[in-house]
Ligand binder design. Structure first.
Ligand SMILES: *[C@@H]1O[C@H](CO)[C@@H](O)[C@H](O)[C@H]1NC(C)=O
Ligand SMILES: *[C@@H]1O[C@H](CO)[C@@H](O)[C@H](O)[C@H]1NC(C)=O
Ligand SMILES: *[C@@H]1O[C@H](CO)[C@@H](O)[C@H](O)[C@H]1NC(C)=O
Ligand SMILES: *[C@@H]1O[C@H](CO)[C@@H](O)[C@H](O)[C@H]1NC(C)=O
Length: 341
């Protein structure tokens, strides 16, 4: 792959993770009819799925404008973007694609189609002092809950926008929030309960979309929360270590763990329902809840490096039960997404 200012680690594309896509798995039977339609295209097994999806994507690429598609949000949204890029890039010859990447913005370009598939980093959607660089200690983060403008200037002119925001709000602490024009700057931040701060932040995003995006030109999607699987009690494994060593999905119908917050979900639906702009949900939460086996676990990266053998022996500390293996669960999210495009 050619590179611009830096290259992306596309090793995720070839890494054979513990996850398989949901297709070919009995869980698929519980998904709605829309997805069932896709199954008839994609058949059994993830290789087949990937190449067929590639062809479907190829058709879509032609219909994307010059600034085709942008995923905006946190590292889970980046996971979905990586999945999308992996699916597309496999069908595009090396000469005809490129990747540019900096700290908060990545642009994959399929030159043949004049199409781009971008990722823009805005983990809270609203502005914060921890966007770039990240502040590791959640106590020191301050959110500007009434403003998205610093980020939003990158969203203008894109044909299809897909947003998310969830895990960064869930530190368990109150959210240091700023709004209006506080005379004393960051000193004036007020601690708000998470659901309240989240609601104000999401409304700020919603207002920006309503007032700045033309529904005749742009489509807007929102990916619902991606469940975390850090409490094995949630699936009745008392002596488990988060999602470590899980090799099968939860089979209990309607399984819902503590890693998906229903209150936050209801805030998302309430805010979006009141928007003028018709936002489409990519509702991935329930189907991903089953997939305790699909996370990166000890096959993740830390600071750009795969875990060492020694780190792998300490899954309590190092296993990543938030992000997903690729190929894997996010490919299924993108199948749902594609069905809407
Ligand atoms: C791609 O976009 C550029 C800029 O709008 C345009 O000049 C060029 O003709 C386009 N190329 C193709 C293959 O559509
Ligand atoms: C979108 O298109 C419809 C139908 O052509 C038109 O009535 C409406 O005013 C347009 N909306 C905007 C925001 O341009
Ligand atoms: C993980 O799975 C392996 C292989 O089944 C097993 O040997 C090991 O004891 C398991 N470890 C834990 C902590 O469950
Ligand atoms: C997503 O789906 C779940 C059930 O699968 C539902 O409870 C939730 O309300 C939906 N979320 C949104 C935002 O539509």
């Amino acid at each position: 792959m050619e590179s611009g200012s830096s290259t992306i680690h596309l090793n995720h594309c070839t890494q054979t993770g513990v996850a398989h896509t949901l297709i070919g798995n009995s869980l698929v039977l519980r998904m709605d009819a829309l997805i069932m339609i896709l199954i008839t295209f994609t058949g059994n097994g993830s290789l087949m799925t990937a190449s067929c999806l590639g062809l479907i994507l190829k058709l879509h690429l032609k219909s994307f404008g010059e600034r085709g598609l942008m995923f905006v949000g946190d590292s889970l949204q980046r996971n979905q973007w990586e999945s999308f890029v992996c699916l597309v890039e496999s069908i595009i010859p090396v000469k005809h694609k490129s990747m540019r990447r900096d700290h908060s913005h990545a642009v994959f370009q399929a030159k043949e189609y004049n199409a781009t598939i971008e990722f823009y980093w805005a983990p809270f959607l609203v502005e914060s002092n921890s966007d770039n660089p990240i502040i590791a200690d959640p106590k020191s983060r301050i959110l500007r809950v009434d403003s998205v403008s610093k980020h939003a200037k990158f969203w203008v002119g894109v044909d299809i926008l897909a947003f998310n925001t969830y895990v960064w709000w869930m530190s368990g602490l109150k959210v240091n929030s700023l709004w209006g024009s506080f005379g004393n700057g960051e000193e004036g931040a007020e601690e708000l309960d998470t659901p309240i701060a989240y609601k104000i932040g999401l409304k700020t995003w919603a207002n920006w979309i309503d007032s700045n995006i033309d529904p005749n030109k742009t489509r807007v999607f929102f990916t619902t929360m991606s469940p975390t699987h850090t409490r094995s009690e949630d699936w009745n494994k008392k002596d488990g270590i988060k999602c470590f060593n899980e090799t099968r999905p939860v089979m209990k119908r309607g399984h819902w763990g503590t890693g998906s917050n229903k209150h936050i979900m209801s805030i998302v639906s309430n805010v979006v329902r009141k928007m003028k702009f018709p936002v489409t949900f990519i509702n991935i939460t329930q189907l991903s809840e089953y997939r305790i086996d699909g996370h990166a676990s000890i096959y993740n990266e830390l600071g750009g490096q795969l875990l060492t053998d020694e780190q792998k022996t300490d899954p309590l500390r190092y296993a990543d039960c938030i992000h997903w293996c690729l190929p894997g669960v996010p490919d299924t999210w993108n199948q749902i997404f594609l069905a809407y495009l």
